[in-house]
Design a protein around this ligand. Structure first.
Ligand code: BGC
Length: 912
């Protein structure tokens, strides 16, 4: 066994480097793998470098782009030549102008700091979309008279004859409402709930499908069926519907290329026919779907179908701004089987899926024609074990299926989704077993990027719940909840959860899309509506009343994403929106710099003691305090963003504004003894997290915060705004153990209380279900609300210790907080440069810290000791020949040993 003592290590200078085979992988374009339908004029390309050897850096790259995957001379579109640069993330295509509707293939090769070069990488591609609205040749088609709520789904069809051999066929399609497209009887694509949700009046996404394999020479048929979706269906409260319009419509064009080099187009136009005499009698996101299989239009999507009774369509003109799909597409991601089929005490037939999930049930059933099976969905059972739907408010979440009586029938809805764990089944013919029920989990298809695990099973369940909260609420837009009559893009929830979300999944594309909608929905005065897409204000409203901590999403989320993905274009695109938001507040706060009346929701859902408890303080934080604190925070972040973007005047102006607000904030809300605001936890958390206190008051204020937590026997009292930062503030100000006490607290209010109560997702309320199994107020009691899951960020960043030093993790900071309350804590994160992992375990009086740093980055690893002599670098544990080792220094400010390292795997052993 060989171990290096520190004094020896200090003599080493990293210089001799061992490099194994160099290669490049994971090629992406605009954050996506081989995307189809890219509108950017200069799409940006990223790649990762493979190799576990130490200190590996890229020194140069070369890109080539061709119209042919063989990269033959004449197909070459652009070659960058050898570019001396470390850049490997979001490198813009800089060749000649790209043609619309064209597939481009690309490869990259790199050189490293050992003078080695890789071969050409695997081939990746992107396909341009119809970049200008003028490229649309199709017309909108609609069904006459189809303007009623809960109308049966309209079907559209068209037959066409192809006389030549097909080399490629591509469909471009969108709809008012949901669409499902079929070609020759087969559903096109594996996406669901298309075209997704944008702020429809201002932009509508289209999708692109390669349908070459679905067409053939001879007669072909295209058929599409539409659902109400976000466009026409019920949305928000008060029985509100048809937010965007009453008429469903379809816009589709198909470009077919033949082997002889000619092309033809099939487009929606007045020649199509339609009927709503089909099986989908009703569909609505909140209320479910009614499907009568006896009315199924068999063969409607095939050639030769008798459509003589179908009606001609009406064509319509809309000034839609039709854009490529930038977000993560919604798909059926996984399937789960019931854990139990049982009768409730009162006799209801119930199914327990074992997991609060979002999507729908696939039903397998056989029985006599006309039998009606009803499925209702609920998140929880009440204290008596009965099906409980009151918290769904007006959302019916009901599926009604009428059997055709043709033997085994398999049905799943397509134009609705439900958030549920339990299903109540009525009218089922014969005996219901788990075999009849499959849970289809539906969400935006984001790549998993993170994992977190510790020695505490409850904490692991919390991580599971956070991830499932994200799955269920990332359905094209980040929603508050997926089940009741709400499911809206609540901005406060999204800002609180952005960083956690970005650990668990790659949310770059998902948020890129949503932030564009945010900017479009922002009012001329800079107000950010409460929900995006904004469906709570009239579509043409010129003003909105925003709320602090909600509207700040306009600044916080782009800044957070910039930290995670290093995407400067995103920051610069959002910059006007960020600035407009801060300017809105500035105009409202005026010369006082206190934003009076700026907070509608306060520290939403903070802890209230039970009604008869007069001894315990509640966690109330004053609203103007919150508004002013967020005003400062957003001004400070805006100034940093301006600096990153080279806008030095703005940078100076907004940092001056931040200083001014800070000064006023201290006069108004801080006592010389360090008491802050209403003395609530959130008062301290916001003041400390946003760096609003003078240096000398920080320890005093933290002490008041700690005292409050201790006086509550290690319980929190924070709401949506304070909770995400609570543990960060404690660890950064010298109270890591207290942060762990809160994290590991098992009684209400805490993160683990719901876990102990059997939660499988994050609850909206700390006490959604009380210890006696009764529920919180049904009007506001979702069991799948990710906001409090924002603690996930702390688990990754502070418990396991994976943080970024520079945007996009070009420089990585590993700074774990070790505790005796856990035996181990570890996480891994797929950064833009590759996998970062950090994990520690406590064993035999020693802490073992394992860290993996990806190539083309550097890291500052903060070891949990200030004493150099307690550190060993265990080289034998990495099982690889290593010749480059970190440089160790003593970081006085942190009183930690700091190891500066390049890429590679490191195992540190620290005596406790
Ligand atoms: C939503 C929240 C949201 C809040 C604003 C609720 O109805 O579910 O999550 O942030 O309203 O106060």
């Amino acid at each position: 066994m060989k171990s290096f003592k520190l004094f020896l290590l200090l003599l080493f200078i990293p210089g001799i480097i061992y490099s194994q085979g160099l290669s490049v992988f994971d090629l992406t374009c605009e954050h996506k793998k081989n995307p189809v339908g890219i509108d950017n004029k200069q799409p940006r390309l990223s790649w990762k470098i493979s190799g576990t050897s130490r200190n590996l850096m890229q020194t140069a790259y070369s890109l080539r782009v061709a119209s042919d995957p063989g990269f033959s001379g004449k197909s070459l579109v652009w070659q960058s030549g050898k570019v001396n640069s470390e850049e490997s993330v979001l490198v813009p295509y800089s060749g000649p102008e790209l043609k619309p509707g064209t597939r481009y293939f690309w490869q990259v090769r790199i050189w490293d700091n050992n003078g080695k070069s890789s071969g050409w990488s695997e081939t990746a591609s992107w396909e341009t979309g119809l970049s200008e609205n003028a490229d649309w040749k199709a017309e909108w088609i609609e069904m006459q008279g189809d303007t009623n709520r809960y109308s049966p789904s309209p079907h559209f069809r068209k037959e066409f004859n192809l006389t030549k051999n097909i080399s490629r066929a591509v469909v471009y399609i969108t709809a008012h409402g949901f669409y499902e497209l079929h070609l020759n009887g087969k559903k096109v694509g594996d996406q669901v709930l298309t075209p997704g949700w944008t702020t429809y009046g201002k932009r509508l996404q289209y999708q692109v499908y390669d349908v070459t394999g679905l067409l053939s020479k001879g007669v072909n048929a295209a058929g599409a069926v539409l659902g109400d979706g976000w466009y026409r269906g019920t949305l928000a409260w008060g029985n509100n519907w048809a937010v965007y319009g009453k008429r469903l419509g379809l816009l589709m064009q198909m470009k077919i290329s033949f082997t002889d080099g000619t092309e033809t187009m099939i487009v929606t136009d007045g020649s199509w026919k339609c009927s709503n005499d089909g099986a989908i009698r009703m569909n609505d996101i909140y209320n479910g779907e009614t499907y009568d299989a006896t009315r199924k239009l068999t063969g409607w999507n095939l050639g030769g179908y008798d459509d003589s009774k179908w009606e001609p369509v009406r064509t319509a003109v809309y000034n839609n701004n039709i854009v490529a799909s930038e977000g993560a597409l919604i798909r059926k991601i996984e399937e789960i089987k019931p854990v139990k089929v049982f009768r409730s005490p009162k006799g209801s037939l119930l199914v327990d899926m074992g997991q609060n999930m979002v999507g729908w049930i696939r039903l397998k059933v056989s029985g006599p024609k006309g039998t009606v099976v009803t499925l209702r969905h609920a998140e929880v059972l009440d204290k008596y074990g009965e099906f409980y739907t009151e918290n769904l408010r007006a959302a019916k979440c009901q599926i009604t299926y009428t059997l055709a009586g043709t033997g085994e029938e398999i049905y799943e809805p397509r134009f609705t989704f439900m958030g549920f764990r339990f299903v109540e089944v009525s009218g089922f013919p014969g005996e219901l077993t788990a075999d009849n029920i499959t849970g289809v989990v539906v969400h935006s298809d984001m790549e998993v990027t993170g994992s977190y695990e510790s020695s505490n099973p409850l904490l692991n369940q919390l991580q599971h719940n956070i991830k499932w909260g994200q799955k269920g609420n990332f359905v094209d837009v980040p929603t508050d909840c997926p089940q009741r009559d709400e499911r809206l893009g609540w901005t406060g929830d999204a800002q609180a959860f952005t960083r956690t979300a970005a650990f668990n999944y790659d949310v770059a594309a998902f948020f890129t899309k949503w932030l564009k909608d945010l900017a479009l929905d922002q009012k001329p005065g800079g107000e950010v509506p409460d929900v995006i897409p904004d469906v709570l204000n009239p579509q043409n409203a010129k003003t909105a009343r925003p709320s602090a901590g909600w509207g700040d999403v306009a600044v916080i989320t782009p800044w957070t994403l910039y930290q995670v993905y290093g995407d400067k274009d995103l920051l610069s695109r959002q910059y006007p929106s960020m600035k407009a938001w801060v300017e809105y507040i500035r105009a409202n706060a005026g010369d006082s710099y206190i934003w009076k009346g700026g907070s509608k929701y306060g520290d939403w859902l903070f802890y209230h003691p039970p009604v008869n408890n007069h001894s315990e303080p509640d966690g109330h934080t004053e609203h103007d305090f919150i508004a002013t604190a967020f005003f400062a925070y957003s001004s400070g972040l805006l100034s940093k963003a301006a600096e990153e973007l080279g806008k030095s005047d703005d940078a100076a102006f907004y940092s001056g504004l931040y200083d001014k607000i800070k000064e006023v904030f201290n006069q108004e809300y801080v006592t010389p003894a360090g008491r802050v605001g209403t003395n609530s936890q959130t008062s301290y958390v916001l003041a400390l997290m946003f760096d609003l206190l003078p240096e000398e008051l920080r320890p005093k204020a933290t002490r008041f915060l700690a005292d409050d937590i201790r006086s509550r026997r290690n319980h929190l009292s924070t709401g949506f705004l304070g909770t995400p930062f609570l543990c960060h503030v404690l660890t950064r100000n010298g109270y890591p153990d207290l942060a762990y006490d809160l994290l590991l607290q098992e009684t209400y209010p805490s993160w683990l209380y719901p876990v102990k109560m059997g939660a499988t997702t994050i609850w909206e309320r700390w006490d959604g279900q009380k210890t006696d199994s009764t529920f919180q107020d049904a009007g506001m009691n979702s069991f799948n609300h990710y906001a409090y899951g924002a603690i996930g960020d702390w688990m990754y960043r502070s418990s396991a210790g994976i943080d970024n030093g520079k945007p996009g993790y070009k420089e990585i900071v590993v700074y774990p907080y070790i505790t005796k309350k856990l035996d181990f804590s570890r996480a891994s994160f797929e950064s833009p440069y590759g996998t970062i992992s950090s994990g520690w375990e406590r064993k035999d009086g020693k802490i073992i810290l394992r860290v993996v740093i990806p190539p083309n980055t550097s890291a500052r690893i903060f070891l949990p000791t200030g004493d150099l002599s307690k550190v060993n670098l265990r080289e034998e544990a990495t099982k690889k020949p290593q010749t480059a080792i970190p440089v160790f220094t003593h970081n006085k400010k942190e009183n930690r040993i700091e190891a500066s390292a390049g890429s590679g795997e490191y195992v540190f052993e620290i005596s406790e």
